[in-house]
Structures are given as structure tokens and as C-alpha cells.
Design a protein around this ligand. Structure first.
Ligand code: SF4
Length: 369
């Protein structure tokens, strides 16, 4: 079973930190784009692939008219064998959710919504360039619950330039009061070429220090786990049974197909990425990148991604079955280093990050690349 990702590259406006593939001025071309998505899905029809997760991400999928989403969903069902119990997620921006859209999503088979709350402090949302307010998040959350969604994920961002520990605490409390099944927490990284990147260069904003960044992350981990959420991945927390099945596929190196501009696929050890150029994508789905991963690259990815899964970690048996040699043999040096440093723990059948390594995870994971 593969995971299926559908990229919807439309947004009402570009956020100040965004370097994703999204086009604020092209929503009027949604019909043309969704026709292209349906055509791209047809490329896979003869493969006979089963999918047990479908994820509409972006961009802002909830900007689309429901009829556009229905067209893509029809094509997906025609070209892939979607399991009856598949996890089917749509990302939504709080200012775009209406009762009608929520009802349409249910009717179209979506059973999970990822809501981009980011913060519950309006001045932080405004600094980020988000169009929604904290009230919009509460309103859209209620709409989704009333429409029958029993699996909602909220995104929360930390290390926002104007954020402090007190305001982060307020956002965490408000998330917990809503009681979503899943919470994703991402630390803001300021990228070159974004409005934040330019503001950083000209000294208008500053980045959090490494210590502040780690302390904010720790504040989130502590608060959410104390509230009963399991931290199943470095940045993701859930109630038992509500882990994101789709994202776990990425971390476990399972196969996935991405449809849409800039969408990446991993199939039969090949990675390929469709062009991010809107018109070129619509014309012929040309790839910007297409290559077969070497065994060394696959082994590195196995460690780099699976160690992010805090409980499951990197399975020794699975590694041997996949690569014909043991983890201990393939990664003797970094394993020895991190076991001695206490940043990795040998659980017998698998290796996992120690809890204190969560705060310096990049420095551990990079040693396996
Ligand atoms: S909503 Fe998401 S994809 Fe769209 S501009 Fe903002 S960060 Fe980028």
C-alpha cells in the first residue's frame, strides 16, 4: 500500500516565512490545475496501486471549491485502489473553513483535517503574514467538529520572532483546551528569499538563539506530554491511535506517490519531483529531479528518518531484511559515538534517540548521512 499526496499550490497570500510551492495569484486557474491532477493520476492507473493514506496538502487545499476537489478525488478513486479504511486528510487554513465546505469534505471521504492554527496570539499571526485570527481557529475548529470530524490535527509554531515563553504558553493552553487528536509543532526556520529572510538581513527581525529555540521546544514537549499526548515523532504528538498514518510512511521509508506541482514521489527506490513551475506542470508534469537512490543513500535515509520516530526508532530486523547487513555493521562509528554519549539507546530490537537527544537531534541524525 502506498501513501498518496496531492499538492494544492494555491494560497490567498504568501506568508512571510513561506518557501513552499504556492501561488497567491493563481486560484482562478484551479479548474485547469485540477484537470491536470486528474490527468497525472491517470499515469498510474495501469500500476494497480493500493493506497491506504491520501493527503491533500499545500498551499491551501481548503481554498479550492469543493467541485474541484471532487474532480481530483474521482480521478484518485479511478486510478488507485483506495482502502475503505484509508486515512484521508485535508489541510485547511482557519479563515477558509465554512460549514458547507466541512460537510462537503465529509461527503468526499475526508476523515481527518489538519488545521494550520500556528499561534493563538493575533499579533504573532499577523507578524507571520497569516490571514486568520485566533477566533477564526476556534470558529473553524467548532465547524469541523460539528460536521463530524473526530480526527483533527492542529499545527503550532514556535520560535516566531515576536514570540516569548509567556505567549507560547498561552498558545499551548489554547491548543490543549480545544483537545485535538493530533498536534504538530514546528520551529520557525527563517529561509533566504522569503520576506522574513529579507527582514532578518536588514535587522528588522532577529532569530531566536539556539538556546531559546531548544527551550521553546522543551516547553512544548513537556506541556503536551503532561497533558497526555504521546510524542511519537520529534515534532508530532497525538492521542493513542491518532498518529498520522500518512506521515509515518515518510519516516518509515515506505513508498508514496505525489501528484501536483513540486510534489515528490518515492517508488521502487527512485525519488522524483514534479516541476514547481505551474505552467510546465500543467503542460506535461515534467520532473525537476528523478534519480535512483544508491544502497548507501537508502541506508542513511532509513536511519535519518526512522530515528525521528521516538518510540518505534530504527528497527534492527527491518534494516537487515532490507539491506542484507546489520545496522551495527553499516553504522559502527556513529552508533558507538552516540551510544557512548547517551544520545542513542539500544532497546534490543531497535535503536531510539534518548530523550535528551530530542533537543539536539539534528547533530545526531546528521552523523548517519
Ligand atoms: S498558507 Fe502555507 S503554503 Fe500558503 S503561503 Fe502560508 S505557509 Fe505558505
Amino acid at each position: 500500500m502506498i501513501g498518496l499526496y496531492v499538492h494544492i499550490p494555491f494560497c490567498a497570500q504568501k506568508c512571510n516565512y513561506c518557501d513552499f510551492c504556492s501561488y497567491p495569484s493563481l486560484i482562478q486557474r484551479q479548474s485547469e490545475y485540477c484537470d491536470a491532477l486528474a490527468r497525472e493520476a491517470m499515469l498510474y492507473k495501469s500500476y494497480g496501486l493500493g493506497a491506504d493514506t491520501v493527503y491533500f496538502g499545500g498551499g491551501t487545499p481548503s481554498l479550492l471549491e469543493s467541485s474541484s476537489i471532487a474532480k481530483v478525488m474521482d480521478a484518485i478513486h479511478e486510478c488507485f485502489n483506495v482502502s475503505p479504511d484509508a486515512e484521508i486528510t485535508i489541510e485547511a487554513n482557519p479563515c477558509t473553513v465554512t460549514a458547507q465546505k466541512a460537510a462537503d469534505y465529509r461527503a468526499l471521504g475526508f476523515n481527518r483535517v489538519s488545521l494550520g492554527a500556528q499561534s493563538f496570539i493575533d499579533s504573532e499571526l499577523s507578524a507571520l503574514g497569516r490571514l486568520h485570527s485566533s477566533d477564526d481557529t476556534h470558529r473553524s475548529y467548532d465547524i469541523l467538529r460539528n460536521a463530524g470530524f473526530s480526527n483533527i490535527s492542529l499545527d503550532l509554531m514556535y520560535a516566531i520572532p515576536t514570540q516569548d515563553f509567556a505567549s507560547l504558553s498561552t498558545s499551548i493552553t489554547k491548543v490543549l483546551n480545544l483537545a485535538p487528536e493530533h498536534i504538530s509543532c514546528y520551529g520557525l526556520k527563517i529561509e533566504d528569499g522569503t520576506p522574513f529572510g529579507r527582514m532578518l538581513e536588514s535587522g528588522i527581525i532577529s532569530e531566536k538563539t539556539d538556546d531559546e529555540y531548544a527551550d521553546m521546544y522543551e516547553q512544548i514537549c513537556t506541556s503536551l506530554t503532561l497533558a497526555g499526548y504521546g510524542q511519537y515523532e520529534l515534532s508530532n504528538f497525538s492521542r493513542t491511535g491518532f498518529e498520522s498514518k500518512h506521515n509515518i510512511k515518510y519516516w518509515q521509508g515506505k513508498e508514496y506517490i505525489g501528484l501536483g506541482a513540486s510534489a515528490a514521489s518515492f517508488y521502487r527506490n527512485c525519488r522524483y519531483t514534479r516541476t514547481a513551475d505551474f505552467d510546465r506542470y500543467i503542460a506535461d508534469f515534467v520532473n525537476d529531479e528523478h534519480y535512483e537512490l544508491s544502497k548507501d543513500e537508502l541506508m542513511s535515509e532509513f536511519m535519518f528518518l526512522q530515528l525521528r520516530l521516538t518510540e518505534l526508532g530504527a528497527s534492527k530486523a527491518e534494516f537487515s531484511a532490507r539491506f542484507g547487513k546489520g545496522i551495527d555493521e553499516a553504522f559502527a562509528k556513529p552508533l558507538a559515538k552516540h551510544l557512548a554519549a547517551g544520545t542513542l539507546v539500544d532497546k534490543g530490537d531497535r535503536y531510539v534517540l534518548s530523550q535528551r537527544a530530542y533537543y539536539v537531534s539534528n547533530s545526531v541524525l546528521c552523523d548517519f548521512v
